[in-house]
Design a protein around this ligand. Structure first.
Ligand SMILES: Nc1ncnc2c1ncn2[C@@H]1O[C@H](COP(=O)(O)OP(=O)(O)O)[C@@H](O)[C@H]1O
Ligand SMILES: [Mg+2]
Length: 259
């Protein structure tokens, strides 16, 4: 069983392109810089977190799909890889994982697969970050069953609020049915561009909205081209461009999360 001190945090939003993966990679990197033992679990078949951490697993590398679909045969331990950065480990994903959604449907204990698979190794880490696909699927339900906390990146763009409402409904449903301990730790404003009125407007809306204002992280993640560049280079911006806005903002988020 996981030690109580391990925080298992899902980074989720059913909308794509809001900064989930960038947050998983860079928050994980910033936490590891602070001396925390961090495991990133890539639960998105698109494997963006895997690639963003510079991993391009070969055909023989086991991945999240194997771990979820072959319980008793493939253990988390077999799938785990060390990143080039100290204290930062990864369970990589693969496009095969998209098949798990369908294959899991008629399997017993289908919601608990991820939780059960990670249980034997969870206690080795201070923080486990789960990257999620941009859809509500059995994979996302597995993530919310496994996690104790959720961070919700919210792009400071129009339409962001509709996606938030849907996500909070989903989290509420999983909480009621399966995982009563699940709680939203924070809503994270992302891709904030101070030159645009819309960024200001959406951030103001988040700060004043009755449902979200108490959950909003003080740290705001600014839009920063170094983030996209570093993702392209397969390195967290926190290590790649240490004084960029992207690095500073994610280090501030890590501090706030641990405060
Ligand atoms: N703060 C940011 N500044 C600039 N680009 C960003 C920022 N956050 C994310 N991006 C870019 O936006 C795109 C979507 O981000 P990503 O984290 O992959 O979103 P999601 O995982 O929610 O689909 C990526 O190309 C990423 O590099
Ligand atoms: Mg993603």
């Amino acid at each position: 069983m996981a030690k109580k001190s391990t925080r298992i945090i899902a980074v989720a939003n059913e909308k794509g392109g809001v900064g989930k993966t960038v947050t998983v990679i860079n928050l994980g990197a910033a936490l590891s810089l602070m001396g925390k033992r961090v495991l990133v679990v890539d639960v998105d078949p698109q494997a963006n977190a895997t690639n963003g951490l510079g991993m391009a697993p070969g055909p023989d590398q086991l991945n999240t799909y194997d771990m979820i679909m072959k319980p008793g045969e493939i253990k988390a331990e077999d799938v785990l890889v060390e990143s080039p950065w100290k204290g930062l480990h990864l369970i990589p994903s693969h496009v095969d994982l998209s098949g798990a959604e369908v294959e899991l449907v008629d399997q017993p204990g289908r919601e608990n697969r991820l939780k059960d698979a990670l249980a034997p190794i969870a206690g080795r880490y201070d923080i486990i970050l789960l990257d999620t696909p941009p859809s509500l699927s059995l994979l996302t339900v597995n993530v919310f069953t496994c996690a104790g906390e959720v961070i919700v990146p919210c792009q400071t763009h129009p339409y962001a609020f509709g996606a938030l409402e849907e996500l909070f409904d989903t989290i509420g449903a999983v909480k009621d049915a399966i995982n009563p301990g699940l709680a939203v730790t924070g809503v994270l404003a992302t891709l904030y561009d101070q030159r645009t009125r819309v960024s200001h407007r959406i951030l103001e809306k988040l700060k004043t909205d009755e449902r979200y204002r108490s959950l909003l992280f003080q740290t705001v993640i600014r839009a920063n081209t170094k983030i996209a560049d570093s993702a392209d280079a397969g390195k967290p911006v926190v290590f790649f461009r240490t004084t960029s806005y992207g690095a500073l903002d994610y280090k501030a988020l890590a501090q706030e999360l641990l405060a």
